[in-house]
Design a protein around this ligand. Structure first.
Ligand SMILES: [Zn+2]
Length: 331
């Protein structure tokens, strides 16, 4: 009790001149309405109350959004009646100065914004919210009374159920794919890896059997390639290359490797040429000199001596004969 006014408001203070029999109540003694300041316009039928905005509204003057549940000091006044129910209007002032009036609508059990603001439209659609809309009692009664409407409703429901079933199957498949257990996934993966390793090993073995290098990649066999390969005719004998090869081989096997016995024919080798030149020079010196004067020479003997094979040449001829015999045996 900090002040007299507060004490009076709480009716705890009885002034000395107050007589209950004479004045009846403190309010009457003090000439006050029981609701005090809130009833200052009671003569105009207005009572000031605390009003809570029942839904979201937009102020018409400043355009500000006023949320549901915001409280105002409003003047409550009866503006009419619906049957025996009074229709109340609540007039309040926004901080921008705009006067907003909301009144009750007993017919629809609602509130109406009549002045100074507009209601924020918040409609609800069951389809948007992906929920099932349950028909009200009137609708149910109308449907059950009309067999055609009932049939139509059942058809629509069956159609919706079929669509839903397909969606459910897809969802179930997706869910199964996402939550499949790791063990079976790992098993599948390892089996696939084993198979590919086995196939690689087979290809490697085939490549080795063909005598190909490691970097050569074998492609899978195709029937078309096999047919084309069968059509190719390989000429193993009778070709020029083959004949030249045979000639070379024959020469190598028949000719001397030293070239001294065969003379100038094997002049291609430097060692053989030197040996041939030395032999010719020895023959010439024997023919020219021989330790006898020119008139008494015996050229035939000298020529025979030169033609007779030395011990070295004899050995060479024997080696050659042995080689030829071996080659003939091999052939
Ligand atoms: Zn405003």
């Amino acid at each position: 009790m900090s002040s007299l006014a507060a004490a009076r408001a709480d009716n705890f203070y009885y002034p000395p001149g107050f007589d209950p029999d004479k004045h009846g109540s403190l309010n009457k003694f003090q000439g006050q309405h029981p609701l005090r300041d809130r009833a200052r316009k009671i003569g105009e039928g207005i009572l000031i109350i605390r009003f809570e905005v029942p839904f979201n509204i937009w102020c018409n003057q400043c355009g500000e959004h006023i949320a549901k549940g915001v409280r105002f000091n409003a003047e409550k006044k009866q503006v009419g009646s619906y049957h025996s129910t009074k229709v109340w209007a609540f007039t309040m002032r926004h901080h921008c100065g705009c006067k907003i009036t909301i009144q009750t609508d007993p017919k629809n059990a609602e509130y109406l914004v009549t002045d100074g603001a507009r209601r924020k439209v918040e409609s609800y659609d069951a389809e948007d919210a992906q929920t099932v809309e349950i028909p009200d009692a009137n609708e149910r009664a109308a449907v059950s009374a009309d067999p055609l409407a009932s049939l139509e409703r059942k058809t629509i429901q069956a159609q919706q159920a079929a669509e839903g079933r397909a969606q459910l199957a897809v969802l179930a498949q997706q869910s199964e794919a996402r939550h499949r257990d790791g063990y079976s996934l790992n098993k599948q993966l390892r089996a696939a890896l084993r198979q590919s390793k086995k196939a690689d090993a087979q290809v490697d073995a085939k490549r080795k059997s063909l005598g190909l290098a490691d970097h050569v990649k074998l492609l899978p066999e195709s029937k078309a390639d096999a047919q084309t390969a069968q059509l190719v005719l390989f000429q193993h004998s009778g070709s020029k290359f083959h004949e030249k090869h045979q000639d070379k081989r024959r020469k190598v096997t028949t000719e001397s490797i030293f070239g001294a016995a065969s003379g100038a024919r094997s002049g291609s080798r430097p060692g053989a040429a030197a040996a041939a030149a030395a032999a010719a020079a020895a023959a010439a010196s024997a023919a020219v000199g021989g330790g006898l004067p020119p008139g008494k020479r015996r050229p035939l003997q000298a020529a025979a001596a030169a033609a007779a094979p030395s011990a070295k040449e004899q050995l060479q001829q024997r080696v050659l004969a042995c080689k030829r015999k071996k080659l003939a045996q091999q052939a």
